[in-house]
Design a protein around this ligand. Structure first.
Ligand SMILES: Nc1ncnc2c1ncn2[C@@H]1O[C@H](COP(=O)(O)OP(=O)(O)OP(=O)(O)O)[C@@H](O)[C@H]1O
Length: 259
């Protein structure tokens, strides 16, 4: 199911402002890649180019290529809406549909994709997705209660269930645990570790320990100053980045000397 992502010579703009410059990197399938770096270096912006959400912002555009298993997402025949539907995204704040039931929240993406689905298939998909998000046991007796009746950590796992219900190949996570308490954070991290075997996962995180715990590869981004674009400084196995990075700025950042 998972797909490889190849980013080549990517520049990302908001209008005339170059927010991220000259990024080339490969993101391996069935692995977790963490984007780290100081505030404003463009981690979230880059993440949003991977499912064409960036260009939803007025003036948002890219130069360069982002290929999924060799197919350029920005190619002329590619439908941006279809790309957004296929590539799951989980945000910082859990955003279930508050009045929709837990079960309908899980099915929301599938329904948006206009897929006709029988009652039994829907029930199976709800169970499978909630199992996949490690939430089934906590909610199986109240699937008709509203999504907003869950705790923050449960809501975030519900959002992950919603994302995986459409069977995406890639899951993008923008600080998925930063609004959660430590126990919910660990639940999300455990879940990421489990999902890794089926998906290509890219996670933006400010939390160094989290990057070290959950990711296989880490990409460090930096910015030379206000108004300057963010750049990829280095990318390597997470163990290497956190033990023997090759660039001084990476070492300074991970050891807490700036950022
Ligand atoms: N909608 C927008 N319109 C214009 N500029 C934007 C927009 N969103 C972000 N930017 C700018 O793009 C640059 C990169 O922002 P981005 O949010 O991607 O950084 P980040 O590394 O994810 O930051 P943080 O860690 O604080 O979330 C910043 O200079 C930011 O001000």
């Amino acid at each position: 199911m998972a797909q490889r992502i190849d980013i080549k010579d990517l520049n990302v703009y908001y209008g005339s402002f170059l927010a991220v410059a000259d990024v080339s990197m490969a993101i391996e399938p069935r692995s977790v890649t963490a984007f780290i770096g100081p505030s404003g270096c463009g981690k979230s912006t880059l993440l949003r180019t991977l499912n064409r959400m960036h260009e939803v912002v007025p003036g948002g555009r890219v130069e360069g290529t982002v290929a999924m298993d060799g197919v350029d997402l920005y190619g002329p025949d590619v439908d941006a809406v279809a790309v957004r539907r296929q590539i799951g995204m989980v945000f910082q704040r859990p955003n279930p549909f508050p009045t929709m039931s837990i079960a309908e929240n899980v099915l929301a993406g599938v329904r948006l994709n206009n897929r006709r689905i029988s009652k039994q298939d829907a029930a199976d998909l709800v169970e499978r997705s909630l199992q996949g998000a490690n939430l089934w046991n906590e909610v199986k007796d109240r699937l008709n209660r509203p999504g907003s009746s869950l705790s923050g950590g449960q809501q975030q796992r519900l959002c992950i269930a919603r994302a995986i219900a459409v069977k995406p190949q890639i899951l993008l996570m923008d600080e998925p645990a930063s609004a959660l308490d430590p126990i919910s954070t660990l639940a999300i991290e455990d879940l990421i570790a489990e999902l890794r075997s089926d998906y290509t996962i890219v996670i933006v995180t400010h939390n160094m320990q989290q990057a070290a715990r959950v990711s296989d590869r880490t990409a460090f981004f930096n910015i030379a100053g206000t108004g300057k674009p963010g750049r990829l400084i280095e990318m390597d196995d997470t163990r290497t980045i956190f033990s023997t990075p090759s660039v001084q700025a990476t070492e300074d950042y991970i050891s807490g000397r700036f950022g």
